[in-house]
Design a protein around this ligand. Structure first.
Ligand code: DOR
Ligand code: ZN
Length: 344
C-alpha cells in the first residue's frame, strides 16, 4: 500500500476567505497547501470593481505566512449594474481572473446578485470578447421551484441558452451537485468546466437530515440524493479535464450554523487535500487525484501548472472539533472525524 503520495502542488478553484481578522485563519489554512485560489467576491459589500478586488487582494496577501508563495486570483461579483467597461477593466488587470454570477438571493451575500441572467447578456458578450471566465452559482431562486430542483432548473432556464449564445465564453459551473449538471458539462466542449466540493463527493442529503439536522453539512447548493452523489463521484475520478477541485470552503461562526436559521457553508480548508485523497482512495482512483487537484483547473484557466509538489502521508488525522479565528469559534466540516491521510 502506498505510504506517501507526492503530487504537483494543487490549487483551489473556488474558495471563500471572508474578510477582516478571520483572514488570519483562512489564508494560512489554504496557502500552506494550495499555490493559488480563486477567491469568491461575496463580501459585504461585494467585490464589484477592480479597485475593490485589489484592496481585498492586498488584505489577503498580508495574511500569507512568511516564506509561503501563494497567489490569490481575484473575481468580480456581477450585479445588474455591471458594465462592459467593468469587464474590459477586469481583463486589463493582472489581478482579476474571472467574474461570478450569483442569481440574486441564491446564497450567502447574494442580495446584490443578478436578478435576471438574461439581462446581463451584453456583459457576457464582453466577457466572451475579453476571454474572462464566467463562474456560475447555478441555482434559480424562484419560490415555486423546490430547493432540490434548483440546479436543474437553472440549466434549463438560463445556462443552456448562455452556453449556446456565447460558445467561446469559458464557463465554470461551480460546486455542481446533480447528475444533470455533470451531464451538462459532459455534453459540451472544453469551454465548460465544473468544480466539485469534498462535501458533494463524500455526502448526500441523508448526511444532512437522517438522525437529526446536521447544520455543519448544510451548504448551497444543498446536498442532493445519493444517485446524484454517485454521478459526481464517477466524473470526479474519471480523469476528464473538465472537472476540477474547488473546495467552496466557506466559514460561518459556530453560532451562525447552530441556530434556528443556520447559514449555508462548510469550512473545509484545513483538511481539504487529505479529504479529497480519502475520497479518491475510496474510489480506488488515487492515480487520478493529481489531475483533479493540480492540472485540470490550471489548464482550464490557462495558467501554468506548479513545478513544486506537496506530500500526503498515510497517517490518520482527526479533524479539529473547533477552530478559533478572529475571537470566534468555527466548527470545521467533518469535525471529530478521523481520515486516513494527512499532510506530510
Ligand atoms: O454553502 C455556501 N456557502 N454556498 C455558497 O454558494 C456560498 C457560501 C458562503 O459564502 O457562505
Ligand atoms: Zn462558494
Amino acid at each position: 500500500m502506498t505510504q506517501t503520495l507526492t503530487i504537483t502542488r494543487p490549487d483551489d478553484w473556488h474558495l471563500h476567505f471572508r474578510d477582516g481578522d478571520i483572514l488570519g485563519e483562512t489564508v494560512p489554512a489554504t496557502a500552506r497547501v494550495f499555490g493559488r485560489a480563486i477567491v469568491m467576491p461575496n463580501l459585504t459589500p461585494p467585490v464589484t470593481s477592480v479597485a475593490l478586488a485589489n484592496d481585498y487582494r492586498d488584505r489577503i496577501l498580508k495574511a500569507v505566512p512568511a516564506g509561503v508563495d501563494f497567489q490569490p486570483l481575484m473575481t468580480l461579483y456581477l450585479t445588474d449594474n455591471t458594465t462592459a467597461g467593468d469587464i474590459a477593466a477586469a481583463a486589463a488587470s493582472e489581478t482579476v481572473f474571472a467574474c461570478k454570477l450569483y442569481p440574486a438571493g441564491a446564497t450567502t451575500n447574494s442580495d446584490n446578485g443578478v436578478t435576471d441572467p438574461t439581462g446581463i447578456y451584453p456583459v457576457l458578450e464582453a466577457m466572451q470578447e475579453h476571454d474572462v471566465p464566467l463562474l456560475v452559482h447555478g441555482e434559480v431562486t424562484s419560490a415555486d421551484i423546490d430547493i432540490f430542483d434548483r440546479e436543474k432548473a437553472f440549466i434549463d432556464r438560463y445556462l443552456a441558452d448562455i452556453r449556446t449564445r456565447f460558445p467561446a465564453l469559458r464557463i465554470v459551473f461551480e460546486h455542481i451537485t446533480t447528475a444533470d449538471a455533470a451531464d451538462f458539462v459532459l455534453a459540451h466542449d472544453s469551454h465548460t468546466g465544473a468544480t466539485i466540493t469534498p462535501q458533494h463527493l463524500m455526502m448526500n442529503r441523508n448526511d444532512l437530515l437522517v438522525g437529526g439536522i446536521r447544520p455543519h453539512n448544510y451548504c448551497l447548493p444543498v446536498l442532493k440524493r445519493r444517485e446524484h452523489q454517485q454521478k459526481l463521484r464517477q466524473v470526479a475520478v474519471s480523469g476528464d479535464p473538465r472537472f476540477f477541485l474547488g473546495t467552496d470552503s466557506a466559514p460561518h461562526a459556530q453560532g451562525k450554523k447552530e441556530t434556528a436559521c443556520g447559514c449555508a457553508g462548510c469550512y473545509s480548508a484545513r483538511a481539504a487535500l487529505p479529504l479529497y485523497a480519502t475520497f479518491f482512495e475510496e474510489m480506488d482512483a488515487l492515480d487520478k487525484l493529481e489531475g483533479f487537484t493540480s492540472f485540470h483547473g490550471a489548464d482550464f484557466y490557462r495558467l501554468p501548472r506548479h513545478t513544486d509538489t506537496v506530500t500526503l502521508a498515510r497517517e490518520t488525522m482527526t479533524i479539529e472539533q473547533q477552530v478559533m479565528a478572529g475571537g470566534e469559534a468555527f466548527v470545521p466540516w467533518m469535525a471529530g472525524e478521523t481520515i486516513p491521510w494527512r499532510l506530510a
